[in-house]
Ligand binder design. Structure first.
Ligand SMILES: [Zn+2]
Ligand SMILES: [Zn+2]
Length: 146
């Protein structure tokens, strides 16, 4: 599969190919610090599966001063195309993919879990598995016993 995304002004176009590493809600502190959002609905891609088809020279990279994270955004419209993390994943917002796909997120990219749920600032009530630390490992159990 290939998914196309672009920024608001369409000067930058990117193709995402193959399968994402994860498609999930991330509750980690680092996403919160980098992006100022309570949690992030992400698709994460390996570097080799992300190709910049147009506008390479329009992308500006912000390196966070203390975290091993970067924001890659269009210098004309300010839209963040992806961010990177310490594992060198290319993290693309599900919202951006949806916007670039007639406001519909492809079924196979819909979140199937929460991760870093231990670091959450917002409780979520749904039936998805909630991994406390990484993308797998120990799970959160609510007091009703799930
Ligand atoms: Zn733009
Ligand atoms: Zn995160």
């Amino acid at each position: 599969m290939t998914y196309k995304i672009h920024c608001k002004c369409e000067r930058v176009e990117i193709s995402l190919s193959n399968k994402p590493i994860v498609h999930a809600f991330c509750h980690c502190e680092d996403c919160r610090e980098l992006l100022d959002i309570p949690f992030h609905s992400v698709t994460a891609w390996k570097e080799e599966n992300v190709s910049i088809d147009k506008g390479m020279d329009k992308i500006t990279v912000f390196q966070h001063p203390t975290l091993n994270m970067q924001k890659h955004f269009c210098k004309h419209c300010g839209e963040v195309l992806f961010n990177t993390n310490g594992m060198n994943w290319r993290v693309v917002s599900q919202l951006l993919i949806s916007k670039c796909n007639d406001n519909e997120l492809p079924q196979e990219l819909i979140s199937n879990r929460h991760f870093f749920y231990e670091q959450r600032v917002t409780d979520i009530k749904d039936d998805l598995p909630k991994y406390l630390r990484g993308t797998d490992g120990p799970l959160y159990q609510d007091f009703c016993g799930g």
